[in-house]
Unconditional design. Sequence first.
Lengths: 129, 360
Amino acid sequence: MSNIPSELKYASSHEWVRDEGDGTFTVGITEHAQELLGDMVFVDLPDVEDEVDAGEDCAVAESVKAASDIYAPIGGEVVAINEDLEDAPENVNSDPYGDGWLFRIKASDASELDNLLDAEGYQNSIDED
Amino acid sequence: MTSKTVLHAKHLESGAKMVDFHGWEMPINYGSQIEEHHAVRQDAGMFDVSHMTIVDIKGDEAKPFLRKLVANDVEKLQVAGKALYTGMLNAEGGVIDDLIIYFFTETEYRLVVNSATREKDLAHIATVAADFKVEVTERPEIAMIAVQGPNAKEKTAQVLDADQQAAVEGMKPFFGVQAGDLFIATTGYTGEDGYEIAVHNDGAVELWQKLLDAGVAPAGLGARDTLRLEAGMNLYGQDMDETVSPLAANMAWTISWEPEDRDFIGRDVVAKQRAEKSTDKLVGLVLEAKGVLRAGSKVVVEGGEGVITSGTFSPTLGHSVALARVPRSTGDSAQVEMRKKLVDVKVVKPCFVRNGKSVI
């Protein structure tokens, strides 16, 4: 059973979102997603200041198994990216909700958060897979 | 219905993630295939290869039978225990399978063939054997463990008795010896030093546990694939199959053309291809930029195109490498279609890593 922290929001495409309380939101991929992908070898992140729309593919997680698009769960401006992943993509595997975070978005419309799943909803969506 | 090797429970004990591999439930990894890969390159790792098919050939005509059956010539095998890598071809010159043949005496040989091709291999062997005085015996009661890495021999020595240690002492590469209950061979599929050990199913779990206790890390099929690919070794079904000439699969070195009157199966077709230089070739590709080359991707070269047959991220080199079948005229550069973009790659000989070091 994989870990799905209850304080986060989720997209059915396996991204998680954490509200940092200052209008910005940190995004990563779930433990379940990293298990499916296997060892991460490259992570291609967006550039800081990029404008992204909710549902837009804006990053790529490339594992030993496959290259997977990562979608922006909400729209806004990218205000930070996890540059450590350049040299340590394995952080996505070892600590998907911590050191393995991908990027941070300044939300253009915080109501988009309402379209995301809570932990229970995400758990159900995995169970259906 | 999937089959399980005798070591199945040991894999689960070590936290393996199991997958269906051509009808066998096998470990893909025990947590991290990259860590397992490094264990083999830097220390010692072991693979359960019990799913592979062992076939013993005995009889007065064992030698003429094998000289017909495979493209390499078992006549080269003169010292007991010596092994030979070769392809078994069909009449159209395609590769039915690749295999290792161990020589014991002129009337006694052992074949190790792939598990995914077991049924067609056995059928083909039986058809050819019908014309020879030989007995063909599959040995499903034998398990196999491959122990590979710079420290593999030293760690294996800790689990061998004195007689077995003496039997393998100083054994050259590509030899095998029956030592007590074990058949120990200096072969492998990683480009590292080490052994492949055949053991009766009844003793396999104990041997696996002893190797674990000696500090040999279990490694799964994921690491096995990245290791063999770095070493430039073909995987049957991916880098060649029945529609592919050995000349287009970097297997020309496994064909013995002398003596000219040895009529191995497929000889006519492959000899003609060789004279006419009509086949494609298998090369190595190196991508130093970000991204991973994947099997099936299109390779664009001057005046034509080819295809990646196997591609991966190379944990040893830190970038991606691949095997690709391309036109014979291909030079030292090419482009690969990756995620709809053409990316430049270097074309090299199909071997990337040997004994832990880059050979590009």
